[in-house]
Design a protein around this ligand. Structure first.
Ligand SMILES: [Zn+2]
Length: 378
């Protein structure tokens, strides 16, 4: 991956390139920030740049043997560590090395913008939580004890450092304390609170902010060959996350369906229109489990936005114009007395759908709960 493949993040790119031209590449760096901002993509581009044999002041060449291998994730001096868990194929002692093929395919499929849940989905382990194990740290120690194959730098990209098991973190710490020459550790994290302080204190931290709205709009427009105006809604709602922007743009019609359904559902609940609710429940029961889950997630999103609206935090609300207009009228019915119950109701609904609950009964029960909750006084 080249820096030019990355969406936005011009300041960070400059900073990383500068560190190489100044010859002051810190041996342990922590890229942290929200999901979807491009932390991993930046780490990949940085690793490729550091070892490129024909780099310019702006980017790696993308053509030298080192760049070609780096872009295929097969560079012998660029190693990856990431959370893993047992799967149908790997029944015990999971570790990154055992998933190398899956990892390469996954990173190619997401164009270098991985997301933890999508990675688990890719492995087919939706409900299991992955970890980075002591085995992973031992493997890195072993690799670093050998000579570098060809690159100037041996680079370890550790994705989701918050998933380091304690024993792995302690092993890693020993490596960070006395790193071999020309070694670069890039740790990536969305939640630095969960990383041991002893590790954090050894890392040069680089905050990766959400991607700018214009950057997302323009890249979506270029990718899908449409006018930037057509990508505005998806870009606004994506809130600085590139994978979210793609998902929202590609599913724009579904998102609109969810909005129409949500608006309809809330109006029926508010007016206790039982006949209307019966029809609504019949129709929502037929859309399939995945879309039902997405619909309830959509509802969750709107309830939370309503609370933001009530606290005059409109700036934090990311909605297309028609949804924002509905939100402003709906918000007064959401307050601290019913928000928690409404969100719990949606979350429980999602769990029930995952457990194959009868959708007709589930949505009817939920409707009656919402009728009551919307009538609660603040
Ligand atoms: Zn190159």
């Amino acid at each position: 991956m080249k820096f030019s493949d990355i969406i936005g993040q011009e300041e960070v790119k400059k900073q990383l390139i500068q560190s190489v031209s100044d010859g002051r590449v810190s041996h342990t760096q922590l890229f942290w920030g929200p999901s979807g901002a491009g932390k991993f993509a930046l780490a990949l581009a940085y690793a490729q740049y550091v070892n490129c044999t024909a780099k310019t002041i702006n980017d790696s060449c993308g053509k030298c043997p080192s760049c070609v291998k780096a872009s295929k994730l097969t560079h012998p001096d660029i190693h990856f560590i990431y959370p893993t868990t047992t799967t149908k194929q790997i029944k015990k002692d999971p570790e990154s090395g055992l998933f190398a093929d899956d990892w390469r395919k996954y990173i190619a499929s997401c164009n270098g913008y991985p997301n933890l849940n999508n990675w688990y989905d890719f492995l087919g382990v939706e409900n299991k939580q992955g970890l980075i194990y002591a085995r992973d740290a031992s493997d890195i120690a072993r690799k670093l004890s050998l000579k570098a194959y060809e690159g100037q730098y041996r680079i370890i990209i550790l994705w989701m450092a918050e998933k380091l098991h304690n024993t792995a973190a302690n092993k890693l710490l020993k490596l960070l304390e006395e790193p071999p020459d020309n070694t670069l550790f890039i740790l990536i994290s969305e939640d630095t609170e969960q990383i041991l302080n002893t590790i954090k204190s050894r890392a040069y931290q680089i905050k990766i902010n959400r991607i700018g709205l214009e950057d997302i709009k323009n890249r979506l427009a270029a990718l899908y060959n449409v006018r930037p105006a057509e990508t505005t809604d998806a870009a606004i709602m994506a809130n600085g996350s590139w994978p979210e922007a793609i998902r929202l743009f590609e599913n724009a019609d579904e998102e609109k369906d969810h909005f129409v359904n949500f608006q309809h559902w809330m109006r029926l609940c508010y007016s206790t229109n039982i006949a209307g609710l019966t029809d609504f429940v019949s129709s929502i029961s037929t859309i399939g489990r995945e879309r039902q889950k997405q619909f309830l997630n959509f509802a969750l999103h709107h309830y939370r936005n309503s609370l933001l609206y009530n606290y005059n935090l409109q700036d934090l609300i990311r909605l297309p114009a028609d949804e924002a207009a509905f939100n402003s009228k709906f918000a007064p019915f959401i307050h601290h007395a019913n928000l928690l119950q409404l969100t719990q109701l949606m979350e429980e609904g999602i769990r029930q759908i995952e457990r194959n609950a009868n959708a007709q009964i589930l949505f009817m029960d939920m409707s009656f709960d919402i009728v009551k909750l919307l009538r609660q006084k603040a």
